[in-house]
Design a binder for this molecule. Structure first.
Ligand code: AMP
Ligand code: ZN
Ligand code: ZN
Length: 455
């Protein structure tokens, strides 16, 4: 069998994955094959999964039952109690396996195509002289939860965590933030906006991990903005994560839905690219979340983003803008969905570590349209302050959200001030007849802004 050796190597791991998905309620061989192929990034040979199912069944780790669907005979699988025990008992082995695989990956990655095809005949021995066992400088010490060597240090919390406990710690923290601001109270279906970058990909996985606690379901939404290779790679990363988690994912092509792409809008409108893109994304995400029947839309804005917005708002004295900056925007007269930012108190750096440790597929490239502005400078300076005063950004944003914003909201956020867009019926800012999105769209399509311009 072609690739036989590869599948021999993976067999134990695939068996554990099978048990994992069964434990989550997956019950057909086809679904198992699809999900595991998604994780591995390549299609498993069709018979392979059934060989494994048969062997697991022989060992009493799962049960099979015949049924029929649409007149066809199908087999449903279920994990048994001993299967569940078996899975849980392998936690340590999985950890050890992960470390071994990382070690191998580090070696193999540097050696791209140098494979069996190359120096086959020549036998060589490789060894490195002078290799020494040493603790790397600035190493993070020991895990605050289990005492094993730590993998990540979190300066503002003055704590370190191992690879197993770090993701758990971060997910719990996200949950505490979400609960404190009532983000998911009464929510049954969450639309997660996934750009493919590390923040929103981490958000997707963290919320998927909290599904059981909250009892909501997740639908992932990715907007294809039409920015060439950058958008293709982003959509691919989003899709891989949806598959990996087995969550419903929707990819909305902006051009197909609204008739224009972000580059077209940016060319047609005289304002900074990021601000045009921001208006378009916000609008399209809200609409997609509504279309998906979600009652909340979660975005991956992180603490560094929030701190930067707060500082820029102070600097320019934009009190109305500051009043609108909040972790939860309730559904209202104009919004069908509540909008939440569960990561607004999570440092960008902590999210990067989460994505790295969990090995999540993320798109790393920067948007080629990004305009050079003072934003990057403010961000860098904030990080410098943070270095000298760990926790500075966290306090800045938390005090803002808990004290400053509510005070500003009383004075500057009044529902009466919100107008209704003459074209699409969504909210406009005070005194405007047409919302920013419709104005951009009219420019991009070259149609002017007559009432008929929606088509
Ligand atoms: P940004 O505006 O690029 O800083 O992104 C902020 C958040 O908006 C991200 O964390 C995502 O949740 C969401 N977002 C940005 N771009 C996209 C996209 N192309 N598709 C879906 N969600 C997006
Ligand atoms: Zn630990
Ligand atoms: Zn409009």
């Amino acid at each position: 069998m072609r690739g036989g050796r590869r599948y021999r190597l993976l067999r134990g791991i695939v068996s554990l994955l099978v048990l994992r998905y069964l434990a989550e309620g997956e019950e057909c061989g086809y679904g198992l094959r699809r999900r595991i192929s998604g994780v591995l990034g390549e299609a498993l040979p069709p018979g392979y999964i059934y060989v494994i199912l048969k062997s697991l069944r022989g060992r009493g780790l799962l049960d099979a039952r015949e049924g029929s669907r649409n007149g066809r005979r199908v087999v449903y699988y279920r994990i048994t109690d001993s299967g569940m025990d078996f899975l849980l008992r392998h936690r340590g082995a999985v950890e050890a396996g992960r470390r071994a695989i990382e070690e191998l990956t580090r070696f193999l990655e540097g050696r791209g195509g140098e494979s069996a095809r190359g120096d086959r005949g020549r036998r060589q021995t490789y060894w490195r002289r002078g290799a020494r066992c040493a603790v790397p400088a600035g190493s993070p010490g020991r895990c605050a939860i289990c005492g094993r060597p730590a993998a990540v240090r979190v300066p503002y919390a003055n704590a370190s965590f191992c690879e197993e406990h770090y993701p758990q710690w971060l997910e719990r923290r996200i949950r505490r933030v979400a609960d404190r601001y009532g983000m998911f109270d009464g929510v049954r279906r969450v639309a997660v906006a996934v750009s493919g970058g590390k923040d929103s990909v981490s958000l997707l996985h963290a919320l998927a991990g909290l599904r059981g606690d909250y009892g909501f379901e997740i639908v992932g939404i990715h907007l294809d903005l039409g920015i060439g290779e950058y958008s293709r790679a982003s959509a691919e990363a989003a899709r891989r994560n949806f598959e990996m988690l087995g969550v419903e994912g929707r990819i909305v092509d902006l051009r197909a839905r609204y008739g224009f792409s972000v580059p077209e809008a940016v060319r047609a409108v005289r304002r900074p690219a990021c601000s045009t893109c921001g208006v378009v994304k916000r609008y399209a995400l809200e609409e997609a979340a509504e279309d998906a029947g979600a009652d909340a839309l979660a975005t991956g804005h992180n603490l560094d983003d929030a701190a930067q917005f707060v500082m820029m708002g102070y600097q320019s004295g934009d009190l109305e803008g500051l009043a609108r900056l909040r972790p939860v925007i309730p559904a209202g007269r104009h919004y069908g969905v509540r909008s939440v930012k569960p990561l607004f108190l999570i440092y960008e750096r902590d999210l990067a570590e989460y994505a790295r440790i969990r090995g999540l597929p993320v798109a790393g490239a920067e948007c080629p349209l990004r305009d050079r502005t003072s934003q990057g400078f403010i961000r860098r300076k904030l990080l410098e302050i943070e270095e000298g005063m760990p926790g500075f950004m966290l306090r800045l944003v938390q005090e803002f959200a808990d004290g400053v914003q509510p005070a500003l909201a009383e004075r500057y956020l009044r529902e009466e001030d919100v107008g209704t867009c003459r074209i699409c019926g969504r909210p406009t800012s005070k005194g405007r007849e047409i919302c920013s999105f419709c104005a951009i769209r009219a420019r991009a399509l070259g149609t002017g802004v007559a009432p008929g311009a929606t088509g």
